[in-house]
Design a protein. Structure first.
Length: 224
C-alpha cells in the first residue's frame, strides 16, 4: 500500500475474534467492550454466545459474527442450514461457514455449492452475509481457486482463509490467489496467525479487506 493504514482504518477491517472452547461469558463481555472501544467491524464468537454478544452490542457499531459447522465443515448441508437459521434468530449478522473440504477435494462441486447455498439463503432472508472458510492450508492452489469460484456461485459475500484451528493460518500467497480468483466481486478475509500490525498490513496489501484476529488490540496498537 502506498500509505500505512491508520489505526482507525485497520480497526474497521477487523473481526475481533474469540473462538476458544474455554471462553467464558466474562471473556465475551470483554471482547464486546473492546470491539466498541476500538471500532472493530465485528466480534466473532461461537454460536452459544451469539445472544449475549447481540445484547451487549445492540445499538453499537460492531456486528455479531458467528461460525457455522466449525471447525471441520464435515456436517450435512441440512445441519449447516439449521445452524445458520438458529444463529440468525439469535442475533448474528455475519456467518463464517466452513466449506465441506473433503467433498471439495473429491471434486463434488455441486454438493459443495449445495452445502453453502442453504446457509446463504438463510442469511439473505435475514439481511445478513456469509463468509466461506476455505482452510487454505489443506488445499492446493487449484483447489483454492475452485473453492473461490464455488463460493461465488453459492452467493457468498466473502471467502476466508482459515479457521485458526487447522494446520496453518493466513498467508500472503493464499490471500493473493483468493483475490485473483474472486476479483473485486466479493471480500477476502485473512484469518489465522495474524498477531501484529505489520502482518495485518501485508494481508491487506495482498488483497484482504477483512482481518480475523484474536490479537486485535495488539494489532492496532502497532499502527503509526
Amino acid at each position: 500500500m502506498s500509505q500505512p493504514l491508520t489505526r482507525g482504518q485497520l480497526a474497521k477491517m477487523i473481526d475481533h475474534t474469540l473462538l476458544r472452547p474455554e471462553a467464558t461469558p466474562a471473556d465475551i463481555e470483554r471482547l464486546c467492550r473492546e470491539a466498541v472501544e476500538h471500532g472493530f467491524a465485528a466480534v466473532c464468537v461461537n454460536p452459544v454466545y451469539v445472544p449475549l454478544a447481540a445484547r451487549l452490542l445492540a445499538g453499537e457499531g460492531p456486528v455479531v459474527c458467528t461460525v457455522i459447522d466449525f471447525p471441520l465443515g464435515a456436517g450435512s448441508a441440512a445441519d449447516k442450514a439449521r445452524q445458520a437459521e438458529a444463529a440468525l434468530t439469535a442475533g448474528a449478522r455475519e456467518l463464517d461457514v466452513v466449506q465441506p473440504i473433503g467433498l471439495l477435494k473429491a471434486g463434488a462441486d455441486r454438493e459443495v455449492v449445495a452445502h453453502l447455498r442453504g446457509v446463504v439463503e438463510a442469511a439473505e432472508q435475514a439481511g445478513a452475509l456469509v463468509k466461506v472458510i476455505l482452510e487454505t492450508a489443506l488445499l492446493t492452489p487449484a483447489e483454492i481457486e475452485r473453492s473461490c469460484r464455488l463460493a461465488l456461485e453459492a452467493g457468498a459475500r466473502f471467502v476466508k482463509t482459515s479457521t485458526g484451528f487447522g494446520p496453518g493460518g493466513a498467508t500472503e500467497e493464499a490471500v493473493r490467489l483468493m483475490r485473483e480468483a474472486v476479483g473485486p466481486a466479493i471480500g477476502v478475509k485473512a484469518a489465522g496467525g495474524i498477531r501484529d500490525y505489520a502482518t495485518a498490513c501485508r494481508m491487506v496489501a495482498a488483497g484482504a479487506n477483512r482481518i480475523g484476529a484474536s490479537a486485535s488490540v495488539a494489532i492496532i496498537s502497532g499502527a503509526p
